[in-house]
Design a protein around this ligand. Structure first.
Ligand code: G3I
Length: 330
């Protein structure tokens, strides 16, 4: 996933069907601005294998077809996660069965898109909030049935299936100040070190970056973390950037400026240390964002976490991304 020769990194966004099929201005926006897209939900287990053993790629294919038509790259999200699982996965009754199911799913999905999806979030959000150590993994059917070996297993199967794909572990709450966020960084770094030491085929770390505007960025802590990841020879990419404006002032100009300033603070550290080959926002327009699912504003005004507004007009957040994308190049 090299950045183009004219920019410091590729810019991309999470996209969703059916908007990608039905919303013309949205299609134009994605086609015009994105080097990369990642399906927001279409490659999750619940979408791909809602019924055990029956794989449905219609929605994921719609995203991939759109990307191909417009010469846009595709990232894959995600192969081993605790959430967005179909109910039947709770019926798995043994380690052997769970390994078989995980293996079949990864082989089928990664195999289908080999050569097209060149980068995968293999393991997503392996840690709970405030983990005690790198061994304190988040509860999931995978952990329950397979134990922590589900993580190297998922990477190994993905690598065997498509040896050219870049494989990432993806986590949130990496950038903030405070002991529970330091715990997350430490735990993730410990796990990544262990995977590298054990020669597990992992190529990088995805920093989700759902930045809650209330929280302080721990610049030093984040720098140390990024240096440590880079010194292991791994890439860092920003996978899910948005700024949660839950408690920011109502005034739109002020709010957009504060959102942009927060992202600037974060990207300044990341781009200064890690030279990420890609930065993706989790959505591209405020029209389609997950944020109100959890962070509806008390004043009921629509959230504005993304680089373009509901009418597909660029916001200050987009200027910040552009600034880092072309810094030193123009
Ligand atoms: O499909 C129904 C739709 O028919 C209905 O109209 C709508 C009404 O609310 O609900 C739709 O499904 C929701 C879907 O988002 C719509 O996009 C699901 O209930 C909801 O659970 C789903 O949430 C997604 C969430 O992951 C769980 O899979 C969010 O869109 C998606 O943005 C979010 O993404 C996660 C990343 O995968 C991992 N990192 C955090 C990030 C944000 O939470």
């Amino acid at each position: 996933m090299p950045a183009s020769s004219q920019s410091n990194f590729l810019y991309g966004a999470a996209v969703r069907t059916p908007a990608l099929i039905t919303d013309h201005p949205y299609q134009e926006l994605v086609a015009r601005y994105c080097d990369l897209v990642v399906p927001e939900g279409e490659l999750k287990w619940a979408s791909i294998q809602a019924k055990r053993g029956v794989f449905n790629f219609d929605k994921a294919d719609a995203v991939v077809d759109f990307a191909k038509r417009h010469g846009i790259g595709v990232r894959g999200h995600t192969l081993a996660w605790y959430a967005a699982l179909p109910a039947w996965t709770k019926d798995m009754a043994s380690r052997q069965e769970a390994e078989r199911v995980l293996e079949q799913h990864i082989r089928t999905v990664v195999g289908r898109y080999a050569g097209t999806i060149r980068s995968w979030d293999v393991v997503n959000e392996p840690f709970p909030d405030d983990p005690r150590s790198s061994h304190d993994l988040r509860k999931s059917v995978w952990l329950e049935q397979i134990g922590r070996e589900y993580i190297p297993l998922a990477f190994r199967i993905a690598h065997e299936t498509d040896p050219a794909a870049r494989l990432f572990i993806n986590e949130y709450d990496i950038a903030f100040a405070g002991s529970r966020f330091k715990s997350k960084r430490d735990a993730l770094l410990g796990l990544v070190r262990e995977l590298v030491n054990n020669k597990v085929p992992i190529h990088g770390v995805g920093i989700q970056a759902h930045i809650n505007a209330d929280r302080q960025i721990d610049s030093v802590g984040l720098q140390e973390f990024l240096h440590a990841i880079s010194s292991l020879g791994l890439e860092v990419i920003v996978t899910e950037l948005d700024v949660i404006d839950f408690s920011l002032p109502a005034d739109i100009q002020l709010r957009d400026a504060l959102v942009a300033a927060k992202a600037y603070e974060f990207l300044d550290v990341v781009c200064g240390v890690a030279a990420p080959p890609a930065v993706l926002t989790w959505g591209i327009t405020d029209k389609y964002t997950w944020v109100p699912i959890y962070f509806t504003r008390a004043d009921k005004l629509p959230n504005r976490p993304l680089p373009f507004d509901r009418n597909m007009r660029p916001k200050p957040l987009y200027s910040v991304i552009e600034y880092f994308r072309y810094r030193g190049r123009r």
